[in-house]
Design a binder for this molecule. Structure first.
Ligand code: DAH
Length: 339
């Protein structure tokens, strides 16, 4: 028995010492210590050993088992650390390789233009607010003094959800929401998307953006309107920019005007950009109509104000010298990457 154990031990240790990988070690573990392993077989043979010999042999079997286990563990660690070392040696990181460039997006020209407009008005103490894109007829038309038979209410111009609810055709509806809140003075701009039943072409789209402006306070004059919008134009297009107001009609302002800026491309001499006129139209404006104030529960005897509406796409097209509005919506990366 003793000799047998001794032989098993030597054989096992020899095989372990010559193992080159963890799989081989595992095979050896099974072959000697497993359920049907050689050492286990020896234990099964214990019943044939005399009672006085049995504890001795038992102790020897255990000792052999421990020796084999320790050796297995030792070689296993050695193989593992050799493998780790090899990995460290061969897996080098070349820190001089050029990094993968992250593709970072950037703001859309419309967004850049809007941020610029917001920056200018916030700098003058205006608050930026928003109103709903789906709007009651009342806010989009009626409260803005646009009567039921007005051409803008024609189904050919307005998307109706039902007879009472529309997709707003102008951000002017936010004027009404702000006035109804009654927190006067008001100094706000309201950017947002508007909708009109227009065919798509180089200058039209069924969905585009406006920036509405509204000031309500005591003793506001047309001079305040002109001064504010002149400062805005200079900030946006450069210090040399001149402005010109042409009389116009909007139902919710009286008097009303359209504002032109001197062509920033030719300085007013006339070019392709300004269609040889030297001027470019950029917004509508006027003094808020007393009836509009009244409808929103503001006393026109005490308060008055001015309003303006800017076409955001127009600003973006002008600033970036883009000649087709459709480019702003197509999301062609080759176009957008230029900004
Ligand atoms: N809402 C007008 C439009 O869509 C633009 C406009 C003109 C807004 C004059 C105003 C304004 O606030 O005073 O054509």
């Amino acid at each position: 028995m003793k000799e047998k154990l001794q032989a098993i031990k030597e054989k096992a240790l020899d095989r372990i010492a010559n193992s080159e990988n963890l799989d081989a070690l595992n095979e050896i573990r099974v072959a000697y210590l497993g359920k049907k392993g050689e050492l286990t077989e020896v234990l099964k043979g214990m019943k044939d050993v005399s009672a006085e010999e049995r504890p001795k042999i038992g102790a020897m079997v255990n000792e052999t088992r421990t020796i084999i286990e320790n050796k297995l563990e030792e070689v296993k660690n050695r193989i593992a650390s050799a493998a780790r070392e090899l990995k460290l040696k061969t897996e080098v990181i070349d820190v001089t390789l050029p990094a993968k460039r992250n593709l970072i997006g950037h703001s859309h020209p419309n967004t850049v233009a809007l941020e610029e407009v917001e920056r200018i008005f916030v700098g003058m103490g205006y608050e930026v607010v928003e109103g709903p894109e789906i709007e009651y007829d009342y806010y989009n038309f009626e409260a803005l003094n646009i009567p039921a038979n007005h051409p803008a209410k024609d189904e050919q111009d307005t998307f109706y959800i039902n007879s009472d609810i529309v997709l707003r055709t102008q951000t002017s509806s936010t004027q009404v929401h702000e006035m109804e809140k009654g927190n006067i003075p008001i100094r706000m701009i309201a950017p947002g998307r508007v909708f009109r039943s227009d065919e798509v072409d180089a200058t039209h789209s069924p969905s585009f953006h406006q920036v509405e402006g509204l000031v309500i306070d005591k003793n506001i004059t047309f001079a305040d309107l002109k001064g504010t919008l002149a400062v805005f134009a200079k900030e946006l297009f450069g210090e040399q920019t001149k402005v010109k107001f042409r009389p116009h009609h909007f139902p919710f302002t009286e008097p009303s005007a359209e504002m032109d800026v001197s062509c920033f491309k030719c300085g007013g001499k006339g070019c392709r950009f300004c269609k040889d006129s030297g001027w470019i139209e950029i917004l509508g404006c006027g003094m808020v109509h007393p009836h509009v104030l009244e409808m929103s529960k503001i006393d026109p005897e005490e308060y008055n104000g001015f309003a303006f509406g800017i076409g955001l796409e127009r600003i973006a097209l002008l600033k970036y010298e883009i000649d087709d509005m459709r480019l702003l919506y197509e999301n062609d990366i080759r176009f957008l990457n230029q900004f």
